[in-house]
Design a protein. Structure first.
Length: 339
């Protein structure tokens, strides 16, 4: 709160009232602004002072509508934008329930009193799925700094045990060259290079703890074959559905035509339709093979991998492992014959 005894602060007090109590549906008359000034700040003034100070605020660049009463017409965030941000936090699996509650309260404070009522039902965070890693906010901050400074990082990488708690995968910390942070399928990932090798790898940020920025300069992108020429992030994300690392290849597949929206969701628009019939599409897409394997199995009889043959055989083995070699699913998936 401002030092309310000083009338030189009157314009800032009026601005705060407009931020909290006005919008396109709620206009404030001078009488109401006077009442709120006295109620919240103990400030007494006349109507002329209200108008003069609002004109001063307009000269300072604030968009205040004066056509019918007063309201702040432009804000840093509209209510719909704040709601989108709150929902992103609410359903994020990257941060703990406690951190999510704190962030949501901060976002709610950016709205006016009418917005608070609209999101009063946003609660019960512990019932949603949130990470147990309470270091995530600090991990993100450290990784951002490391990427900006082009420094290597060390960290402990964890997995869940049967006790439903995170445990280090190994005692030795990972030493990684960090290049980019991305969000995918509700999680943050670090795109980096494990220093012992020359390929790209992905690390779930919510599985990382004890992150430290080293004094070592990270490996130049030109020394990582997949990054020569720079990181094309849209292309990289389209090729790495599920954020698997490993071999990327051109895949030929048949898919039912009604999956067109799903194909764009997975691969973006960077794939080519080779053939089109009434019900089916034959497409070529460049994708990580491990990710393509999961996608093909997920869509079952609605999608068939034609090439590469090695991936096709792997999917056949997956089905045989679960159902047996003579299971009719093999013929449903189109894997009994040759491509």
């Amino acid at each position: 709160m401002y030092a309310t005894g000083n009338k030189k602060m009157l314009n800032m007090l009026i601005l705060e009232i407009l931020e909290q109590y006005s919008d396109a549906k709620h206009h404030l008359m001078q009488k109401e602004i006077l009442r709120l000034l006295k109620l919240h700040y103990g400030m007494v003034c006349d109507r002329r002072s209200i108008r003069n100070n609002i004109l001063c605020l307009k000269e300072m660049g604030y968009d205040i509508d004066m056509s019918s009463g007063y309201f702040l017409a432009e804000r840093k965030f509209e209510n719909a934008e704040l709601r989108m941000l709150i929902d992103s936090v609410l359903f994020s699996k990257n941060i703990s329930a406690k951190q999510a509650k704190i962030l949501i309260e901060k976002l709610k404070s950016l709205g006016n009193c009418y917005f608070h009522a609209k999101v009063s039902h946003v609660s019960n965070l512990p019932e949603l799925s949130h990470t147990d890693n309470k270091q995530v906010i600090y991990v993100l901050d450290a990784l951002n700094d490391a990427i900006e400074q082009k420094k290597m990082v060390t960290f402990t990488y964890n997995s869940y045990g049967t006790d439903f708690k995170l445990h280090p995968r190994r005692e030795e910390p990972y030493l990684v060259n960090p290049y980019q942070l991305v969000a995918n399928n509700g999680f943050y990932y670090l795109i980096g290079n494990y220093d012992k090798y020359d390929n790209i790898s992905h690390y779930r940020v919510d599985r990382m703890t004890n992150v430290y920025i080293t004094e070592k300069k990270r490996k130049p992108e030109r020394d990582v074959p997949e990054l020569r020429g720079g990181l094309n992030l849209p292309k990289h994300m389209a090729e790495h559905a599920y954020m698997f690392s490993g071999k990327v290849s051109d895949t030929i597949l048949m898919a039912k035509k009604h999956l067109m929206s799903d194909l764009i969701d997975w691969f973006g628009k960077d794939f080519r339709i080779l053939e089109e019939s009434l019900d089916d599409l034959k497409i070529r897409v460049r994708c990580n093979e491990s990710a393509m394997r999961c996608i093909a199995l997920q869509y079952g009889p609605y999608m068939e991998v034609l090439a590469p043959e090695s991936l096709r055989e792997q999917i056949k083995e997956d089905i045989c492992l679960v159902y047996g070699e003579k299971d009719p699913l093999l013929s449903i998936f189109g894997l009994t014959g040759t491509a």
